[in-house]
Design a protein around this ligand. Structure first.
Ligand code: BYC
Length: 331
């Protein structure tokens, strides 16, 4: 018997759905975390999958720019530190793919969407890393921007994402400090080294401000995302925080922020800063940045060349779990 035959009309379902959505929103408004087993609005689930998967992709693509410098780091100590940092980023990708999987998508599916170019990753990783100072600037500025964004995400309404962020933020703090330390050492060095640090800041400053996404007025998802407390602060609010925190750090290094319009505004209690080149941002996220093609091709090649290893791991795990089951039966 169909629902209609049973006298249940469509509007009963619509009322039921509206009721569930209202209860869901009330839970979010009350600051109660949403967990994987809880009922959730379909749009909320999709919004989370989009953001968490883009975030996960950013972590693993984000290994590539610095990964290329592991063999060229200037000392054994720097090499060990950089190696640890790049490995941490793989771990972040793992936590985030795990968080996305709690929403009913598989990691394989998400990675296929990255490789097909259907899913985005952060614009920042499409810029070249030309010198050792760029490695320092990435740690200082890119990880610095990531901490500002992710500290806010620790209070996100979805439990698994918020919890992943807590651990990631701790590791990002180490990354940011190591980057600042690279810059500090260069700035204490020869004139040539200091100039190298300045050029790196010149190259990375504006792309780092773009990491926070389009201006609030142009942000497609912010309003709904903030209503669901996936995002806690708007793109512009976090970008302002980045400028306010980073300018004094640059001054301490003795470097100049490449923005002629940058000045402290006592009336706002914030720095005013110049206009962002949104044309460049849109070009990069549309796949036409300086390194988009190279990054994606490297990632796809790594996945293809590593397929045999993943298969071997899966076969071993299957064999182990079979043996464990047999032992269980014997006991
Ligand atoms: N790059 O409506 P909006 C790291 C897209 S990893 C590319 O404001 P939303 C690290 C946006 O996706 C750091 N695309 O979107 C790793 C949307 O497109 P779709 C990564 C961008 O989601 C290794 C459209 O523009 N962090 O730190 O509300 C080594 C409209 O934007 C970007 C995260 O992923 C961008 N920069 O806000 C070192 C944090 N910005 O999906 C370091 C989590 C915007 O409609 N993500 N777009 O096609 C977020 O907080 C938010 O997703 C964003 C954007 C603030 C990035």
């Amino acid at each position: 018997m169909s629902y209609e035959d049973a006298g249940v009309t469509h509007s009963v379902f619509a009322d039921d759905l509206a009721g569930r959505e209202a209860a869901f929103q009330a839970k979010i408004d009350a600051g109660i975390a949403i967990e994987p087993q809880d009922w959730m609005a379909e749009g909320y689930r999709k919004m989370l999958i989009r953001q968490i998967s883009q975030h996960a992709h950013s972590e693993i693509i984000g290994q590539l720019p610095e990964g290329g410098w592991i063999t060229r780091a200037p000392s054994l100590e720097r090499k060990a530190i950089l190696l640890a940092k790049v490995q941490d980023e793989a771990g972040h990708g793992l936590y985030l793919y795990g968080a996305a999987e709690t929403l009913g998508v598989s990691r394989e599916q998400l990675i296929a969407e990255l490789h097909d170019g259907k899913s985005k990753y952060s614009s920042i990783f499409n810029y070249p890393v030309l010198t050792w100072a760029d490695v320092g600037a990435i740690g200082w500025l890119v990880d610095g921007a990531a901490i500002i964004n992710q500290t806010s995400l620790c209070r996100c309404s979805y439990g698994p994402y918020a919890r992943a962020m807590v651990r990631i933020c701790k590791e990002e703090s180490f990354h940011q400090r190591q980057g600042y330390d690279v810059m500090w050492r260069l700035c204490q060095g020869t004139e040539k080294q200091k100039a190298m640090a300045q050029e790196a800041l010149d190259r990375w400053w504006w792309p780092c401000l773009m990491m926070f996404g389009p201006a609030d007025a142009d942000s497609v998802h912010s309003m709904q995302s903030m209503a669901w407390k996936i995002k806690i602060h708007s793109n512009d609010a976090l970008r302002q925080r980045m400028v306010d925190q980073t300018v004094p750090q640059a001054e301490y290094l003795g470097l100049r922020v490449p923005d002629p319009d940058l000045r402290w505004n006592p009336a706002r209690d914030h720095y005013d800063f110049g206009a962002i080149d949104w044309h460049e941002f849109h070009r990069v996220i549309a796949g036409e940045g300086p390194c988009n093609h190279e990054r994606l091709a490297t990632r796809v090649r790594a996945a293809e060349e590593g397929a045999w290893f993943r298969e071997a791991l899966a076969a071993y795990a299957e064999k182990q779990s079979g043996a464990e089951c047999r032992n269980e039966v014997k006991r």
